[in-house]
Design a protein around this ligand. Structure first.
Ligand SMILES: Nc1ncnc2c1ncn2[C@@H]1O[C@H](COP(=O)(O)OP(=O)(O)O)[C@@H](O)[C@H]1O
Ligand SMILES: [Mg+2]
Length: 397
């Protein structure tokens, strides 16, 4: 999308020449012109420009005052002052009025376009940050990846989702590896943990946040924490569902997102995890067996009354599969919320290096797909919060 610009100057010739300069750049689009302050305010309201180029001296309301009004009423439009006065005093006033930058006439094409793009970039970054902060707040989210079949990509997606959530929110994120027998998360992140969940549950003291946190490891490459699976399959049975319940509840005191990887069965531990989850990502692949499985899994989840928090994710999607998503949706009776492509090279490379692909290969299609998935997770978390707030309001009336 081009950067939308409004030109405000009482001299038609100036507007014309500025417009000409701007037309040289394909990223810029002049959406309107105004010859006085009143018109400028009307145009800002109507056209919602990203950038307003503002002359200081105008017949009716002067540019400084118009700038002040725009800044207060339409903070999404950033003002750049154009002035003949090179005086510091004037510039100070312009900045105080809320202008983001100023350029002195006569200016070159580079000066003008440079200032516009700089201001636009800064504003854009500010807005994005605000957006993430806004949706990132809310109840801590336990996000459980689940499937009734192994090999569908739960673990790969869990690791990349957690890292991606961290990149987007910079909140406290932990991965919990509840594939207790064959947990791979540590290996995927190239971490060699000494402490794992099986060590934690053997502690005799009261389990609290401090204790649990002392058994986590930091993935320094990303900033995500990990509570690793036992080092050997036979230690898995040390961990029971009461432990899991306690640990997840404790982690909620401190973490914003708790991403849980599971094994592919409806056992006691997984049921506990699904029960505590705010969001369940049911991961599937596009073959007839998994599709049949998906239907059954959804039915079970429905009977457990988890349906509302389940999202259906299809991984390793390719054109060659033969099955079409639409057909699958019809068979399963549910819509697919995300599809992730098969990308053997990217995934293999990431696995072998122990670096999540969202870090090593952020532009790959699968990385982009995981990023979209993170957005949904962030937004869903926020929505759940709103719903609860709404219910509370009704109940307390
Ligand atoms: N989108 C993908 N493209 C290519 N290979 C994938 C993709 N997702 C997962 N894989 C591969 O599939 C295998 C199973 O992934 P994994 O995450 O261990 O599944 P699960 O945890 O469900 O058993 C791994 O070898 C992984 O590299
Ligand atoms: Mg796995």
């Amino acid at each position: 999308m081009p950067i939308k610009i409004l030109i405000v100057d009482d001299i038609a010739e100036t507007r014309e020449s500025v417009k000409k300069l701007l037309s040289l750049d394909g990223e810029l689009s002049v959406v309107g012109e105004a010859a006085n302050g009143e018109d400028a305010l009307k145009m800002v309201k109507k056209k919602k420009p990203d950038i307003v180029l503002m002359d200081i001296n105008m017949p009716d309301i002067n540019g400084l005052e118009v700038t002040e009004r725009i800044t207060v009423r339409y903070p999404d439009s950033a003002v750049i002052m154009m002035t003949v006065q090179g005086e510091i005093e004037y510039m100070k006033k312009a900045m105080l009025a809320g202008a983001r930058d100023y350029i002195t006439k006569p200016f070159s094409e580079e000066e003008l376009i440079g200032a516009i793009k700089k201001v636009y970039r800064l504003e854009h970054r500010k807005k994005n940050k605000g957006a993430v902060e806004q949706v990132g707040r809310g109840e801590p989210q336990i996000v459980t990846l689940f499937s009734t079949k192994g090999g569908v990509g739960k673990t790969i997606l869990a690791a990349n989702l957690a890292v991606s959530l961290y990149n987007m929110t910079h909140k406290k994120i932990i991965l919990v590896d509840l594939d207790l027998q064959f947990g791979d998360l540590a290996a995927l992140l190239n971490i060699m943990p000494k402490q794992t969940i099986s060590h934690l549950v053997q502690e005799t003291g009261e389990m609290d946040l401090e204790l649990v946190e002392s058994y986590t490891v930091k993935h320094t490459r990303s900033g995500v924490d990990l509570l690793a699976a036992p080092l050997r399959p036979e230690y898995a049975e040390l961990v029971n569902s009461q432990h899991v319940e306690k640990i997840l509840k404790i982690l909620k005191q401190s973490y914003d997102y708790i991403v849980v990887d599971t094994s592919a069965t409806f056992n006691e531990i997984n049921l506990t995890t699904l029960d505590l989850a705010n969001q369940i990502l049911l991961v599937k692949c596009l073959d007839l067996l998994t599709v049949k499985n998906a239907k059954i899994a959804l039915e079970v989840l429905e009977s457990l009354q988890y349906r509302e928090k389940v999202q259906l994710i299809f991984n390793k999607v390719s054109k060659e599969g033969g099955l079409r998503i639409e057909d699958v949706e019809r068979t399963v009776g549910a819509t697919v919320s995300h599809q992730l492509p098969v990308e053997d090279k990217v995934v293999l490379n990431s696995v072998n290096k122990g670096i999540p692909f969202v870090l090593s290969n952020p532009t790959a299609r699968i990385s982009q797909g995981v990023e979209q998935l993170s957005w949904t997770v962030i937004k869903k978390g926020k929505k759940g919060q709103e719903k609860k707030g709404f219910l509370k309001k009704i109940l307390h009336r």
